[in-house]
Design a protein around this ligand. Sequence first.
Ligand code: SF4
Length: 156
Amino acid sequence: MGMSKLNRWALKRSLWAFHINTGSCNGCDIEVIDAFTPRYDVERFGIRLVGSPRHADLLVITGPITRKSLPRILRVYNQMPDPKFVVVAGTCAATGGLFTGSYNIVGSVDEVIPVDAYVIGCPFRPEALIDAVVKLIEKIEKGGNGDEPRENREDN
Ligand code: SF4
């Protein structure tokens, strides 16, 4: 089922984001915060960080999925209301990065939950995160669906 016209109208300028670290070295977390500083000001696109996944439309994930973070990220994702979107921020979240093959690593984020946008870099630049968010907003405006099966999404 696609998003309603009201959902698209409301989300395109008011995405509320919840940021979670699933095993990052903290380098990417610093860049997420950097994007919200006055220098980069991602809030000009209507985005703000919220303290609960229950209030969030957008999940920003840094780091690979570790064995310990797996049940937590699934819980957080399931706590978010539909329609919901996921941005993986950094090479480790997108691919496992330099942690790939470690005894404690389950894998990349898209191995456990659907992903809408990827930001690559170790760490990524704040501009790259802003670019991904703007493209996601454009996708929402065109009717991109935050809850359709991953294999049906246009970025696959
Ligand atoms: S991509 Fe680089 S900076 Fe980001 S969590 Fe991985 S190692 Fe750290």
